[in-house]
Design a protein around this ligand. Structure first.
Ligand SMILES: [Mn+2]
Length: 140
């Protein structure tokens, strides 16, 4: 199992490769707001754990395992953002809240949140019912 920090890197590397076709140490450092030397260290660790292959002058590529995990991590982040938005969390809080919780939930909990998001999306009157409760609570 990757550590929370490894997860953050894998998630970011997966997104960079999806968007640009490659992920350079400098791009990762910029995206995660860390020093390039920290990126190099982590990339070496991810290489050792077989999530990617890193060659100093050729850059890095995700292994099949790295792609699979990266994809799941990006899905998890997006699902949790959808969930926060759906329950009415203010936009300005969503990203940081998700960053704060994403590493600490079991995949069981993620799947159940997925069910809940689907439950609301399948019938918009359910969202209206939730909004009604929120409005009542605000009035109290
Ligand atoms: Mn994230």
């Amino acid at each position: 199992m990757p550590t929370p920090s490894m997860e953050d890197y894998l998630e970011r590397i997966y997104i960079l490769i999806e968007d640009k076709g490659y992920a350079r140490v400098s791009d990762i450092a910029e995206a995660l707001e860390v020093h390039p030397s920290s990126v190099t260290k982590m990339v070496q660790k991810l290489d050792k754990s077989e999530y990617l292959i890193y060659e100093r002058y050729r850059g890095l590529v995700l292994t099949a395992k790295g792609k699979k995990v990266g994809k799941r991590l990006v899905y998890r982040h997006e699902l949790l953002e959808d969930f926060m938005r759906l329950i009415g969390v203010e936009e300005q809080h969503i990203y940081q809240d998700v960053e704060g919780i994403e590493h600490h939930l079991s995949w069981d909990a993620i799947d159940r949140i997925g069910d809940l998001v689907q439950f609301f999306q399948e019938d918009k009157t359910r969202i209206e019912a939730l909004k009604h409760v929120q409005k009542k609570n605000e009035e109290d």
